[in-house]
Design a binder for this molecule. Structure first.
Ligand SMILES: *Cc1c(COP(=O)(O)O)cnc(C)c1O
Length: 387
């Protein structure tokens, strides 16, 4: 049986996979089982921040594997402590809880917010507002937080206590706060799965001011937007705000599973022994990988991300067959005249791997994609859209 047939027989069919078996890669190039080369414009859904099998990343990972790959959270390990320090130093946050995925990072954020509000204002104060069209994960609680009904239908009952409001609707948020039920508001600065839609900066500013005034916690879900993706270390940094809680994952460890929930001043003491935990969370190999990734996301790299972003926007905006281009940094959505799925499969045919988000073509290339490979991919995308 071929790998594709084996997978179809034995792997639970939750993913609509492309009919391609990837066997190796280097940076932003990957090769399939037939030896065909592709430019990778998806980077494992924004995960392989410095591409496939990057040398520095490999060195960090293999050095740690040779020392100790896992000890559980019953002991101290160096990468975990150093990574927490680096995250706090670079964000102004105070403490970090490590997990293994975006959904888990959000679960932790939700637990922290619920406990903070319960201790301050009583257990009735538990509602968390999220935005319509948001995406926060696939666990039953983060599905409840996700403001898209079609994800909910067959999995009732979900965790109660979530209300989704339209992006920009401060009135509904104010009304909930008046009822003394509101614990936190959780948003993405750019809705990724929702179609690469930047949230209105005026709304973000108003929301941050409101949360501060009402002692409602502001949670920013940076699972996709974080770690350099939007041209800032974290997307919230574009808006001059200081969130109470920031969750992140995807690109953080450059391809190994790692989630982080950063707790600001208000919530730094919210957790005590036993309140939360994870067997794998803060794994030394993942943390060593993340230390390597984060230490490379400096001002020069972020400036490069913004330059490459400007190039893509300029090349695709107004191009034939392209209706609009949205997003921030190297998180880009393209509304095409033809259905996105058709564009993506035509691009694949021509050696470029793209993603979709809702009805758009989505690009999340590695942060360090070489300019010539980026140009090669953009030319193919333009050509395919024009046909
Ligand atoms: C991908 C994503 C998640 C879920 O992350 P997993 O690692 O798949 O659990 C949560 N929030 C946002 C904004 C995401 O893009």
């Amino acid at each position: 049986m071929s790998i594709i047939e084996l997978d179809k027989q034995y792997v639970a069919p939750t993913y609509k996979r492309f009919p391609v078996e990837i066997v190796s890669g280097k940076g932003s190039l990957v090769w399939d089982a037939n030896g065909k080369e592709y430019v990778d414009m998806g980077s494992g859904i924004g995960v392989t921040a410095f591409g496939i099998a990057d040398e520095l990343w490999q060195q960090a990972v293999t050095a740690q594997i040779a020392k100790v790959q896992h000890m559980s959270n019953l002991y101290y390990t160096q990468p975990c402590a150093l990574l927490a320090e680096m995250l706090c130093t670079r964000t102004g946050m105070k403490k970090v809880f490590f997990s293994n995925s975006g959904a888990e990072a959000n679960e932790c954020a939700i637990k922290a917010a619920r406990k903070y509000a319960a201790e301050k204002r009583g257990s009735g104060c538990s509602t968390i507002v999220t935005l319509q069209n948001s995406f926060h994960g696939r666990t039953l609680t983060t599905l409840a937080a996700t403001g898209q009904d079609h994800y909910h239908e067959l999995f009732q009952p979900l965790t109660p206590g979530f209300v989704s409001v339209e992006s920009g609707d401060m009135d509904s948020i104010r009304a909930l706060a008046k009822e003394k039920k509101l614990a936190a508001v959780m948003i993405e600065c750019v809705q990724g799965e929702g179609g690469v839609l930047p949230t209105d900066p005026d709304f973000i500013a108003a929301l941050a001011a409101f949360c501060k005034q009402e002692d409602v916690l502001l949670i920013i879900d940076e699972v996709q937007t974080g770690n350099g993706r939007t041209g800032a270390l974290y997307a919230y940094m574009h808006y001059g705000i200081q969130p109470d809680i920031v969750s992140t994952a995807k690109g953080l460890a450059g391809g190994l599973p790692l989630g982080a929930t950063m707790l600001g001043e208000k919530v730094e003491q919210v957790f005590s022994f036993g309140d939360h935990g994870s067997t794998f969370g803060g794994n030394p190999v993942s943390c060593a990988a993340a230390l390597s990734v984060l230490s490379r996301i400096d001002d020069a790299l972020l400036a490069e991300v913004r330059e490459k972003s400007a190039y893509v926007f300029e090349a695709l905006r107004g191009a034939k067959g392209v209706e609009s281009v949205s997003g921030m940094g190297l998180m880009i959505g393209i509304k095409t005249e033809k259905p996105a799925a058709e564009i993506v499969s035509a691009c694949m045919e021509r050696g470029v791997l793209c993603l979709t988000a809702k009805t758009k073509v989505r690009l999340l290339p590695a942060l360090n994609i070489p300019m010539d490979q980026l140009q090669r991919a953009v030319e193919v995308i333009k050509d395919v859209c024009a046909q």
